[in-house]
Design a protein around this ligand. Sequence first.
Ligand code: NAP
Length: 498
Amino acid sequence: MQLNLSYKWKVDEGEIPLFRVYLGGTWYPGKESIEVKSPIDLTPLARIPRISFAEFSTYLQLMYEKGRRRIRDIPGEERIEIFSKAADILEERKDDFVEVLVKNNGKIPAAANGEVMASIERLRKTQLDVRKIYGEYVPGDWSRESLETEAVVRREPYGIVLGIIPFNYPLMDTVNKIAYSSIAGNAVVVKPPSSTPLPVLMFAQVLEEAGFPKESLSIVTLPGKEANSLVADNRISVISLTGSTETGLEVMKNAGIKQFIMELGGGDPVIVLDDADVEWAGERIATGITSYSGQRCDSIKFIFSEPGIYEELKNQIVNNLAKNKVGDPRVPGVTMGPLIDEKTAIEFENAINDAKAKGARVLYGGTRDRNYIQPTLIEADNLEQLYLYQKEVFASIAVIVKVANLDKAIELSNKRRYGLDAAIFGKDINKIRRLIRLLEVGAIYINDFPRHGIGYFPFGGRRDSGTGREGIGYTVELVTAYKSIVYNYKGRGVWEYT
Ligand code: NAP
């Protein structure tokens, strides 16, 4: 498949174009390459350099010696201007980014456009991050030992943040990780996903043109399974990973003592109360199941319904799922494109067979053609035994369960390994308030499906869904370290304690 890009990107043309990587200011073609496929027809779309850690280490040293100081020495106000300029450039070249997100990610154009618009907004919202970068004054007289002393506790950048990016939101996640890290004064190494790296490489060029200091940014296209030395390197102080729980665990084991922001596996439960507006709930839940073909961490995977509205809710969800058209995302009218690869489609199929063997019933969908799947709703009475309950299947598939009472819904939500978000549809404020208190998740959405968007509201998981939070003004706290400066005035007559 061919890419039709109107702007001149750092690409070496050939039978299959080679996108160069950005290493501390150098556009490097690499010695070896990795093929990047389009999930639409699984044909080659481009190539990217395959960088080894040994090749990257010299550039990392440049970032360590120069880059981490360069970004910090740019006045904060000018850092905001760089991000604002990057937003303008991204806006000018929006069509090229939509083109790669459609062809490299298999997104429908509206979703690709949404990701670019969200990225532009995120860059502009660095204006809000900066209000959380401040220090504190701590008086010394609350302890006899520190009488006549005082401290200023300030936050300063750690140095170099490694941002590891998942395949599903390659542009937005890159923008977000660079935005909160660098607005706080850190240099950033980005490790793009091997399947969808193109928007990441293009964004590096946007930042370069916006005036981002060269030595303070690298995009290292190193396959994940070869990244152990990178994550373990002690020139890197913070790792911000968005990816699966399995990857998160491996990275934490390999990395040693570092600061971690881990946005890991999810798949969210929704609880529907008897007094919910069922038509609204059915429509929103179906959208939460099918958006980007279910390849979202905040995708709905479980619906726990009170008994009174159960049958009606089931019908509403099925009717809304049936409105979807699966196919080539470039075709007008298609609402669900392909899964990123056939491996996940096979896992989807196996999960359905596992559910059926355990007595569950397929209410809608359940079939696949290569890496294209039908949106699927399953009804189960013994949810805990299902593979779908135990492991996140990154596809458009959800299980609906009739629960006798809210305690059962709480139990089923909290017993999963994951605890990312939850949603509640209904009106009874007392029931809703109780659920808010007892659900062990990072975010709860009332009367809508979960979606993290630009992180205007902070999000992040508990249990196997991770640690730390991503959110405008919140993550800057995790990429900065406290430093206490203690001033001693003992016997200098500043204070006259009695
Ligand atoms: P993934 O397979 O875990 O990969 C994520 C990233 O980690 C990729 O860049 C991958 O590189 C890299 N990686 C893999 N093994 C590594 C290792 N040993 N050391 C360092 N890096 C390594 O996840 P994905 O399939 O791209 O994304 C889907 C997952 O992300 C789902 O589980 C989803 O729930 C989660 N997610 C979570 C959030 C959230 O906010 N909690 C948001 C979005 C997605 P390669 O591509 O080169 O293998």
